[in-house]
Structure formats: C-alpha cells, structure tokens
Design a protein around this ligand. Structure first.
Ligand code: BV8
Length: 257
C-alpha cells in the first residue's frame, strides 16, 4: 500500500481505529460525497456482482446478462433473472452500513449519496435524495419509449400499454448511458466535495468509478471502505479495510465523540 499525507488507516474488525486526521477531516467537512457499490448490500444478503451468482444463475455472467443485447435475444430469461433478484431484495433489509450513511447525512452540512446499486436499500434505510446511478430494480420501463410504466401484468414479458413494446427493468445495462440528471449531479458533487467516500465497490465499472478521480482532481480527500482493497487503494488518501456494516457505525461513533 502506498504512503500518503495522512498515512494508512487500517480497521480491524475488533477495534476499528481511524486515523485522527481522517476523523477530523470528516468532522469538519462541508460536503461529503459517497459512492456505494454492491458491497454495502452484501451484509443484507444481496449477492455482489463479483460474488458467484447463486443457484440456477450460477452459470451466467451478470456482465453478459445485464445488456440490451441479452434482453433482445431472450427477454423471458432476463425477466426471470430480474424477478429472482427482486424477490431476493424484497426479502433483504438495510444493514448497519446503510443506516449509518442515513445518520451521517444528519451530522455533516451536506452529503451527496450516489449509489451504483439498484436495490433501493439506501432509501429504505432513510437516506433521502439518493442518486441512483444505474437505475432501480423495481421500476419497469417501456423498451421503446423509455418511460416508467406502472402496471399489474403477470405476463412473463409484460408489454407497454401505450405502444405494445416489451417492458424492461428500469436499470442501466452495460453499453447504456447513465441517466443525464444522475450523471450531472454526481459529477458536480464529486467536483465540489471535501471528502469522497467510496464504499463497497470494486471500482471497475465506469463512469461511476471515475467519480473518485474527479474528487481527487478537485483536491478532495478520497477514502475507500472495502474488506478487499481495490486497485485504487494505494492512490487514495485512506483505505479502510473492513466491512461497511462494521466500519461505518464505528466511524460515526468516532466523529460523534
Ligand atoms: C457507459 C445495473 C457509455 C444493471 C450495472 C473499458 C473501460 C472503461 C469502461 C468500459 C470499458 N468497456 C466498457 C466500458 C463501459 C462499461 C464498463 O464500465 N464496463 C466495465 C465492466 C469495464 N460501462 C458501461 O457500459 C456504463 N455505460 O459507459 O455508457 C455510453 C455513453 C453514451 C451513450 C451510450 C453509452 C453503464 C454501466 C452500468 C451497468 N449496470 N448495474 C443490473 O444491476 O442488473 S453495473 C453493476 O455492476 C452494478 O450495478 C455495479 O455498479 C457493478 C458492479 O460493481 P460493484 O458495485 O463494485 O460490485 P462488485 O461486485 O464489482 O464489487 C463489490 C465490492 O464490494 C468488492 O470490491 C468487495 O470487496 C466489496 N465488498 C464485499 N462485501 C463488502 C464489501 N465492501 C464493504 N462491505 C462489505 N461487507
């Protein structure tokens, strides 16, 4: 791990210890920008993208499935996959990591929460104004018009009542553009923040993974929380090696004292 002006912050599961410089910077921050990935929902029982898919989905690579090409080729298969994920997420609950981020928003002047996750668990934890960079698992959209459609169809592949095209889950697939508002708001927050916290993401998927670079180029302190340090850990100001559900509540305790 590289050295940096603050030193390295290692969090053990037993006695998480944060660098005092990090704690005071967070306590004094004017604007904190947080990016979360699948890892923050792992302790809620929602498998991450890198975790092996479960059961009958084990033989599928999500990076191949989450594409418009896969949907056009086999909409029935895609709908089975997304319904399986919806059922799994519906059984899940926000964990202490989600709850800590909702509390952090009350402790700092401004917090922007950008999530790559589509599970809605941040909102269920009480976070407001969540920027869903990759859409939401529970929205249905017309494949042709793009608009959200509320319906009660039970068909294997529901169709748009306006134009008859297939409906699709309201998520952003690989090769698709990020919703413009989400992109612009996230880029602006990353450029404005004093501290950028990257939590539970392998930082492989762009443009989400580029937010940390924007923050760093604008002189923000950049930190990650991940039990498995990412390929960026050595260049970040801090790399907190721990599970979000353990480290985030302890971090809140540190700044509240
Ligand atoms: C776009 C919704 C252009 C769907 C998702 C080469 C270089 C750069 C970019 C590209 C490239 N080739 C292709 C691209 C572009 C591509 C991309 O980045 N590909 C990657 C694979 C290289 N990106 C795109 O296509 C994006 N769009 O570029 O558009 C464009 C512009 C204009 C017009 C047209 C097009 C769109 C990407 C969005 C894809 N959709 N999700 C769905 O969910 O079904 S992405 C999906 O994968 C997830 O949403 C998530 O964002 C991502 C997985 O990332 P993570 O969240 O990081 O999850 P992962 O499993 O990888 O890691 C989990 C981490 O948690 C691990 O590090 C683990 O250690 C940690 N962890 C585990 N437990 C815990 C924990 N951490 C904390 N606590 C714990 N307890």
């Amino acid at each position: 791990m590289g050295s940096n002006k603050w030193g390295r912050t290692e969090v053990s599961f037993e006695k998480p210890r944060f660098d005092p410089g990090f704690v005071s910077a967070l306590r004094d921050a004017r604007h904190v920008c947080v990016l979360t990935g699948a890892g923050i929902s792992a302790e809620s029982g929602v498998p991450t993208f890198r975790d092996a898919q479960q059961g009958l989905w084990a033989k599928y690579d999500p990076h191949q499935l989450a594409t418009p090409e896969a949907f056009e080729e086999n909409p029935e298969l895609l709908w089975r996959w997304y319904r399986w994920r919806r059922d799994l997420v519906a059984e899940a609950n926000p964990n202490p990591g989600h709850l800590a981020l909702a509390q952090l928003a009350e402790l700092v002047p401004r917090l922007t929460l950008v999530t790559q996750n589509v599970d809605g668990l941040h909102q269920r934890a009480g976070s407001r104004g969540v920027i869903e960079f990759h859409g939401n698992l529970f929205d249905d959209r017309c494949y042709a018009e793009g608009c959200i459609i509320v319906h009660d169809q039970q068909a294997e592949v529901p169709v748009c009542p306006n134009c008859g095209a297939n409906l699709r889950p309201g998520v952003v697939w690989f090769g698709e553009a990020i919703p413009e508002n989400a992109l612009n708001e996230s880029f602006a927050a990353a450029a404005d923040c004093d501290i950028f916290l990257s939590i539970g993401t392998s930082s492989f998927v762009y443009p989400a993974a580029g937010l940390a670079d924007i923050a760093s180029e604008n002189r923000a302190i950049v930190a990650e929380i991940n039990p498995n340090p990412t390929q960026h850990a050595a260049t970040y100001d801090f790399a907190i090696a721990g599970n979000a559900g353990v480290a985030l509540p302890k971090l809140l305790e540190s700044i509240a004292t």
